[in-house]
Design a binder for this molecule. Structure first.
Ligand SMILES: [Mg+2]
Length: 261
């Protein structure tokens, strides 16, 4: 049995369950998982995981997680079951059916990639043994084979040069590599891509944070926007906690299964 929902939300969920192909897109931290001190320890509450599993069993129903986390981190923390589509880095990375892709770059992104290239090339030249690899949305500075001190020198130089150039890039530290990527996409772009990819006829999006507003803005008539927690929102519906998000998902799974799918 699931907790009763407020009448208007209950009706909206029942209406949504009738759609032909349903996309259930969910933020992770603060929406399915309560906040914890160490992000690596973040886990979905059991009721949310159960509801997601039940949704995955219903045909013509897709579940996606849409997070600011990098897609690897999202996969690790969410322990997403097979079949869940992942959108990471606020719409900057996709992992759909085991295949990693990313959105096409805008003209503005291309300009930034060019500017980033101009900043990193001299850094690499100044540190022998390093090399720059072009990535679809940025560059990786490779330092394999360098000693720790030389690696640290090169990385610090690169970070400083990018910072001084004022480029809005995301920096990620890997093993013997420092990655710089251009990201002007939002969770809204992620939702639009998911809608196209799945052919969804209606979408539920649930999120708790300011960046989720971009996701809500990508919804339209017939979709359901669910804000979790306090704060201004454009979402039509609001619940107070991940537990209540889980109740909505459980109700949706129940109603969806009852349509005979
Ligand atoms: Mg969140």
């Amino acid at each position: 049995m699931t907790e009763p929902l407020p009448a208007d939300l209950d009706e909206a969920v029942a209406r949504l369950a009738e759609t032909e192909h349903l996309l259930v897109a969910l933020d992770f931290d603060g929406t399915l998982a309560p906040f914890v001190d160490n992000p690596d320890d973040s886990r979905a509450i059991p009721a949310a995981s159960d509801a997601v599993s039940r949704l995955l069993e219903v045909s013509h129903t897709t579940v996606a997680y849409v997070s600011g986390r990098a897609v690897d981190s999202l996969q690790r923390a969410s322990m997403a079951p097979d079949g869940v589509l992942l959108v990471g880095s606020h719409g900057g990375e996709y992992r759909f059916d085991g295949v990693d892709t990313h959105p096409p770059l805008s003209d503005e992104d291309r300009d930034r990639v060019a500017a980033l290239s101009a900043v990193l090339a001299p850094v690499s030249s100044a540190h022998s043994g390093t090399w720059v690899e072009a990535k679809p949305a940025g560059f990786a500075l490779h330092t394999r084979g360098l000693g720790d001190a030389a690696e640290q020198d090169a990385n610090e130089h690169a970070r400083r040069a990018v910072h001084e150039a004022g480029l809005p890039v995301k920096v990620r530290n890997g093993k013997d590599v420092l990655e710089f990527s251009i990201l002007s996409v939002t969770k809204g772009d992620g939702i639009r891509h998911l809608r196209d990819y799945t052919g969804a006829t209606a979408v539920l999006y649930a999120g708790d944070d300011v960046t989720d507003e971009d996701g809500f803005a990508a919804l339209s008539d017939g979709d359901l926007a669910l804000k979790c927690g306090d704060g201004e929102t454009r979402a039509a519906y609001r619940v107070g906690s991940p537990e209540e998000v889980a109740s909505v998902l459980a109700k949706l799974a129940e109603a969806r299964a009852a349509t005979g799918r």
